[in-house]
Ligand binder design. Structure first.
Ligand code: AMP
Ligand code: TRP
Length: 341
């Protein structure tokens, strides 16, 4: 079961359920991140007790240079502040600042059959393509489950590409609860209206690792260049050919950047407009949409201390929650000193 929440949806009244999400610092934030997840991070911070993590331990599966990872983590905090996360209204943490993420993942490892872990599509893909394939990659979804339930979060704003990972998290929770005690709630995803956003190739999911992204904070000229290079309807060869907006990534993205997207799509379908002008319009709209955030990001980036201050405050804020959960877990599984009642 999942839920779609629009930004203007009324709050869950009275209760402050907990929301958690994580984002990998493996590259610059892109349109898929924003439309699929970050827009909801911002929308949910007022209505829930929200915790967002830069999941640098996950990024170790793909980023193998220490300086680079540290820089990307820093940049991701700036991105999240710039899109509208307010440290007064949510906690922003760096996963590695809370070592219990890894501790809980280990405990979960002992509850998860190898066969479950081997169903992980990212792992299977890497294996089938003969790419580097670490134990960490196989175990990635177990760490993701630990991230979420360390805070007993019940709702997880993520893009629709994460549906399988969330399903897996629920299975992990059930396995733990069954073996020991009903410690954890089963987390549910919260989706935006956006589908899985495709990359500039129009075929694969937009993703940092595929190198097919439109970074939301790129310079305007770079955004123009990338949008102009987007693949549209491959069957629309001549300007006079009618287009198929339902298969055209450019037409699909227009949905999120203006109320007139149906007219735009109609223009393509009837060949009233050409791909070039539709792309130009999209590029300008993306640039305008993110302009205030880009300006805010530049201001934040000029402040040498804001990132580490934000992360230190986040780590302090979540500490009591982490201690409480881990005391329960350690008691249940029988590790560490027995707590004095
Ligand atoms: P990642 O960059 O893989 O750490 O993803 C961070 C968040 O962005 C997750 O919630 C993803 O589900 C979401 N996301 C990443 N790529 C896409 C995409 N192409 N379309 C929709 N959501 C995405
Ligand atoms: N796997 C997620 C992604 O690639 C990132 C992630 C790690 C995450 N831990 C999480 C997302 C916990 C939500 C909750 O997008």
């Amino acid at each position: 079961m999942s839920q779609t929440l629009a930004a203007d949806d009324p709050a869950a009244p009275g209760t402050r359920e907990r929301v958690f999400s994580g984002i990998q610092p493996s590259g610059a934030s892109h349109l898929g991140n924003y439309l699929g997840a970050q827009a909801n991070y911002v929308a949910l911070q007022d209505r829930y007790d929200a915790i967002y993590a830069i999941v640098d331990l996950h990024a170790l599966t793909t980023v193998h240079d220490g300086e680079t990872l540290r820089r990307l983590s820093h940049e991701m905090v700036l991105d999240l502040l710039a899109v509208g996360l307010d440290p007064q209204r949510c906690s922003l943490i760096r996963q590695s600042d809370v070592p219990e993420h890894a501790e809980l993942a280990w405990i979960f490892n002992t509850c998860v059959p190898v066969a479950w872990a081997e169903r992980n599509p990212t792992y299977k893909e890497a294996r089938d393509e003969g790419k580097e394939n670490s134990v960490g990659l196989l175990d990635y979804p177990v760490l993701q489950a630990a991230d979420i339930v360390l805070y007993k979060a019940s709702r997880v704003p993520v893009g629709k590409d994460q549906a399988a990972h969330l399903e897996f998290s629920r299975e992990v929770v059930r396995a733990f609860n069954r073996r020991y005690a009903p410690v954890f709630p089963e987390p549910q995803p919260v989706y935006t209206e956006a589908p899985v956003v495709l990359g500039i190739d129009g075929v694969r999911k937009m993703s940092k690792s595929a190198g097919n992204t439109i970074p939301i904070f790129a310079e305007p000229d770079e955004i123009r260049r990338l949008v102009m290079s987007m693949v549209t309807d491959p069957l629309r060869i001549k300007r006079t050919d009618p287009g198929r907006p339902e298969v055209c990534n450019v037409c699909q993205l227009h949905r999120f950047f203006g109320a007139d997207y149906l007219q735009i799509q109609d223009g393509e379908r009837t060949a009233r407009t050409g791909c070039v002008e539709t792309k130009q319009l999209l590029a300008e709209r993306i640039i305008e949409f993110f302009r205030p955030m880009r300006e805010r990001r530049a201001e934040l980036a000029a402040d040498g201390a804001v990132v580490e201050e934000t992360l230190a405050a986040g780590a302090d804020a979540v500490r009591p929650i982490v201690d409480a959960t881990m005391a329960e877990v350690r008691d249940a599984v029988g590790i560490g000193p027995r707590r004095v009642a």
